[in-house]
Write a protein that binds this ligand. Sequence first.
Ligand SMILES: Nc1ncnc2c1ncn2[C@@H]1O[C@H](COP(=O)(O)OP(=O)(O)O)[C@@H](O)[C@H]1O
Ligand SMILES: [Mg+2]
Length: 589
Amino acid sequence: MFKLLKYADKYKFYAFISPLLMIGEVIFELLIPQVMADIVETIRLTETTDPAIQQQAINTIFILGAKMLGLAVCSLLCGASAAIVASVAGMGFGSTLRGALVSRVQTFSFSNIDRFSTASLITRMTTDVNTVQNTFLMLIRGIFRAPIMLISALVICISKSKQVSSVFAVSLPIIVIVLAIAGPVAIKRFRAMLKMFDGFNASIQETLTNIRVVKTFVRTDYEKKKFKKANDELMGAALHAEKLIILGEPALMLIMSLTILAVVIIATKAIAEETLVVGEFTAIFTYIMQIIMSFLFTIMMVAQLFMSEASAKRIGEVLNEEADITDPENADTNVDDGSIEFKNVSFAYGKGKNILKNVSFKIESGEMVGIMGATGSSKSSLVQLIPRLYDTNEGDVFVGGKNVKSYHLQSLRDAVSMVLQKNVLFSGTIADNLRWGDENATDEEIREACAVADADSFVMSFPDGYNTDLGQGGVNVSGGQKQRLCIARAILKKPKILILDDSTSAVDTATDARIRAGLRQRIPDTTKIIIAQRVSSVSDCDKIIILDNGEINDIGTHEELLERNEIYKDIYTAQQKGSGDFDEQGGEL
Ligand SMILES: Nc1ncnc2c1ncn2[C@@H]1O[C@H](COP(=O)(O)OP(=O)(O)O)[C@@H](O)[C@H]1O
Ligand SMILES: [Mg+2]
């Protein structure tokens, strides 16, 4: 928790001023009961029969009353401004922390994100930051106020009546003991609850982002059940944690009430024995209330501090996660050409088994290369190594003759444009989306890129043309249209290497051919890698790589492979007969 305090640096001044104001508030508040005691004693004076003394007493009461009002107003002003200042600091801290988390996550590689899961990252950025922020707010509001109030009120109380104050010698330790026993259990349960939150968020996120698929497969009931399970689990864990607090509150209240009862009994006896005057007793009683309140607040503060420790730790994990793909020192910013070489590359996700085994091949700059293989043969994994979305476990990948690890990441990724298999468009107009490729692209450049991707004609057929709003996730266009827009977006980057990962699966064969012809004629110097399920999508490539179970099975031209490669021959004959797809499962999404 305290390690996170550096994110409150900008608000140091506020966080410092606020407690000062609070100390003012405490002083005024402590003075009030004393004035009250004087008033009570003066009221007793009015009971005399001497009219002169009576008049004098009434005057004094007015003066004292005004004094009390003045003190109350001062205390209120200090308290209110302290609270405002504290809120500014607290909210500022929260937003700085969120900002830090977002910029950290932006540096994460795909494998960093795999490690946390998106859902968990969301919980950490929302729920956890909120918890920490509330704790911070509570701390600046109470860290000085409560203890100072507690100690001063206690000291005044003791100086006024040792007899009455002796009650605290018993009740305060009892409370501390009870909390010392219950506290650690509560913290453990609270941590368990946060974990459930991750699961819950994961379930919601998956259902909502895929709501269309859920509906198509009429899985709403199943998803509802899944949600209910996650929700029930979360509620169970929350109840389990809250139970302690729910039970703890009345228990504390009971101890408090008993304390007050004991105080009243002892005080009554003291007044009867005339060791305590009534006026002093009213003051003492107010102090006792202040002692109890600030003691409770201190306890809550400590509890909150412990509970937020779990959240603070989870935030710290994200902030301290080293991005495992970073820019090297003296990074190269210039990618000379679009040549690619894999040298004995092996790769595994996380600590899993190798899904690419000893892969070596060479692609010359400007070549058009097809990659084919069954679903799960690691085609997508292989091409993700080129723009360094993941790092190899063994062997090296070279782009433009240099190791990809030697490049400045942005330069490399600007040079290697990739249309991911699970491509996405964002909300906004078509033109906005295309400008992701190049924010300064002119309208002509955008149309040119779309013409290559065979997208210009259908975009122009929309009433709003390039200003058509796509809606969230690009819901307003068909699958094939979306694929073509994604290709255009990638082309706009004017890359040296263009990778299309199954990017024409949803367009018809004729359009597919037009796109390839466009790529070949209009960007001849760009190296093009095409992952496809259809033989027709790769048959005119300069060479075709056949992947089988993470290993290179063969490399050759369409004619060479038809001659000698069994896998290629089989799939070609099958597709000639019209079954259409590379593997029996019928391709992939
Ligand atoms: N992010 C990931 N984390 C762990 N395993 C993955 C991940 N992505 C893919 N895999 C696994 O890697 C293997 C190859 O997947 P992939 O490269 O997507 O194959 P293809 O694109 O040829 O269908 C599969 O067994 C798949 O389950
Ligand atoms: Mg794939």
